[in-house]
Design a protein. Structure first.
Length: 160
């Protein structure tokens, strides 16, 4: 069980550091560099592989592996929920305003009219809050963990 906690905490710490790098460098304001945020999925997969290799050595079979991988992601998700809320509300309180400005610029360069831009930005604003983003990150972490564990568990488990 120590490996499960260690992997969950490792996922959270590495993803939080990646998000902090995105903030410090300002990549979250760049429409091209913003896409590298999704490296968090690779971080999570790598940590799940590491964690599930450890539980496989303990003799865990497929469904136990799936459960442990999901639990690792749940642990990470809880920590990342708190981190995400802190990141967007305390460390980068202008995060959503800066994202909105970047999105407006992208839409304008794409030739959208001001009415179309306003409609899109108003629609997006409903989800651009610290709480909604933290909830989305938590859900994404757990769902990704479950799906990846279903696949990883097929390869990294005790064989019959």
């Amino acid at each position: 069980m120590k490996r499960v906690w260690a992997a969950g905490i490792l996922i959270a710490v590495l993803c939080a550091l990646w998000q902090l790098l995105m903030g410090v460098t300002g990549w979250y304001k760049d429409p091209v560099m913003m896409k590298v945020f999704w490296v968090v999925i690779l971080i999570q997969i790598g940590c799940l592989i590491w964690g599930l290799r450890g539980t496989a050595k303990e003799g865990k079979r497929y469904w136990a592996q799936v459960g442990y991988g999901t639990l690792m992601s749940l642990i990470a998700g809880v920590i990342l929920f708190c981190w995400s809320y802190l990141f967007t509300s305390v460390l980068y309180p202008n995060y959503f305003a800066e994202m909105r400005a970047m999105q407006e610029d992208v839409l304008r360069k794409a030739g959208q009219s001001q009415a179309e831009i306003t409609a899109v930005l108003d629609l997006m604003a409903k989800t651009q809050t610290s709480l909604i983003q933290a909830i989305s990150g938590f859900a994404g972490c757990v769902i990704t963990g479950l799906v990846c564990s279903l696949v990883i568990g097929a390869f990294i488990r005790k064989k019959n």
